[in-house]
Design a protein around this ligand. Structure first.
Ligand code: GDP
Ligand code: IMO
Ligand code: MG
Length: 436
């Protein structure tokens, strides 16, 4: 019954798409367990690039059942566009399943997201404006419509009629006095009916499907979106997303029990990036940051925003490894650091004149932190052709060893380019979560 969680250890965009695709060859099912189309997961196979927002990254293998779990918030328009785009490129999407219990993102959710961000002005979260937060709010308030409602337009219309007056009032209070079709009952009801017809073959009891796969001894992957430091409860609140990307979120959002998970693979980049607002202690605003951002093509997959870039930070890394019970790590984008004279790694913070090794619990404390760096010799050689550890220059190997030591978990997979095959498999993966 093996189940592996793939979880981002930083602020998202660590390369979870590549990691999931790489591991998916050996499994039967890939499940997205939280988030929505705020995610953008990239997979590169040969000359083909796929950018997925909702469909799980295993979809490119014909043998995989890609499952959108109950913890995901689903914008049906995005899902249909994505399915159609994959079909147009010759990908078989007939096995894609979406949980009947997943909540819908309806047109008023992005409208509320946009209006709220506009009002927050300088204090904005920098959301993807996909309506993620407002949809999760409705789920908690028990006001949400779910995927199953797409198949019952009459019940959907009743629920919609109940909720729309609140949404109109909220939008008006937020300054959006002309929300148009975003709160138009007839227009939304028509969308729901059309979406239901299109998605009907894909709607299923995803939890039952996942549990049956586990009962049959099949291996499943649980594909996280966003990252640990964007977790609603454990990230740098309020600059977080509205779900639980951490491995624990895979249980509630994916429909698996804690003891059914026997591997947690943490995914990290060789450096750090963040999109949107919030503290970023090791941020680089100089020419080195510019160079890494350009070489690494650090532009958001979903919004096209430039990602903020910085050195890797062992303080939140240690925190993320513990919190997720990480048993093994995939390190991505090591190739981007080639050509730098030196590579820095933050090993601790200085806060109010004191050295601090742990991730500060309070946002105010974190905002006062300055990094204490360890410096590593750089390497000039391009490394995208490396396929074994020994192909890497000594300086790159030493930096990887330092990251591994800092994380306290083995780096078993190492990526040196976006393509599927540009991957170094270092050792057998250790399967038991937290087994260090
Ligand atoms: P995700 O959201 O965690 O799946 O990550 P994204 O897809 O948003 O961003 C990661 C980006 O880095 C994508 O464009 C990937 O194709 C690319 N990528 C992943 N691994 C590597 C790598 O090892 N080297 C390089 N150069 N690019 C990589
Ligand atoms: P993947 O899965 C990076 C960020 C947004 C913002 C905050 C809240 O590709 O790693 P939201 O729209 O979720 O309410 O925005 O979270 N964010 C991401 N950053 N990668 C992502 O997904 C993200 N999804 C949301 O930029 O700071
Ligand atoms: Mg991404």
């Amino acid at each position: 019954m093996p189940a592996t969680v793939i979880v981002g250890l930083q602020w998202g965009d660590e390369g979870k798409g590549k990691t999931t695709d790489f591991l998916a060859e050996q499994v039967s099912t890939v499940v997205r367990y939280q988030g929505g189309d705020n995610a953008g997961h990239t997979i590169v196979i040969g000359d083909d690039t796929f950018k997925l927002h909702l469909v799980p990254s295993g979809v490119l293998y014909p043998h995989i059942a890609p499952v959108i779990g109950p913890g995901v918030v689903v914008n049906p328009a995005t899902l249909i566009r994505e399915l159609d785009g994959l079909i147009a490129r010759g990908i078989n999407v007939s096995k894609v399943r979406v949980s009947h219990a997943a909540h819908l993102i309806l047109p008023y959710h992005p409208a509320i997201d946009r209006a709220r961000e506009a009002r927050l002005a300088g204090a904005k979260v920098g959301t993807t404006q996909r309506g993620i937060g407002p949809a999760y709010e409705d789920r908690a308030a028990r006001l949400g419509l779910r995927v199953e409602d797409l198949l019952d337009p009459a019940s959907a219309a009743t629920r919609l009629a109940r909720v729309l007056p609140e949404k109109r009032a909220l939008l008006a209070a937020l300054g959006d006095t002309n929300p148009g079709e975003a709160v138009d009952e007839v227009a939304i009801a028509a969308l729901i009916a059309a979406w239901g017809e299109r998605l009907r073959p894909h709607i299923a009891d995803a939890t039952d499907l996942v549990q049956r796969a586990l009962d049959a001894g099949e291996h499943i992957l649980l594909e996280g979106a966003q990252g640990t430091l964007l977790d609603l409860d454990h990230g740098s609140y309020p600059f977080v997303t509205s779900s639980n990307p951490i491995a624990g979120g895979a249980t509630t959002g994916g429909g698996v029990a804690p003891l059914q998970i026997d591997e947690v693979m943490g995914v990290m980049k060789a450096y750090a990036t963040r999109v949107g607002s919030g503290p970023f202690t090791t941020e680089l605003t100089d020419a080195t940051g510019e160079r890494i951002a350009t070489e690494g093509n650090e532009v958001g997959t979903t919004t096209g925003r430039r990602r903020r870039v910085g050195w890797n930070d062992a303080v939140p890394l240690r925190y993320a490894v513990r919190l997720n019970g990480v048993s093994s790590i995939m390190l991505n984008k090591l190739d981007i650091l080639s050509g730098l004279p030196e590579v820095l790694l933050c090993v601790a913070y200085e806060i109010d004149g004191k050295r601090v090794d742990r991730w500060p619990a309070s946002g105010a404390e974190l905002a006062r932190a300055t990094p204490i760096y360890e410096r590593f010799e750089g390497w000039s050689e391009p490394i995208s052709g490396a396929r074994r550890m020994n192909d890497l220059p000594g300086a790159a190997q030493r930096y990887v060893a330092a990251l591994e030591e800092a994380a306290g978990a083995p780096i078993v997979l190492l990526s040196v380019g976006p393509e599927r095959s540009q991957t170094i498999e270092r050792a057998l993966r250790r399967r038991r979560a937290g087994g260090r």
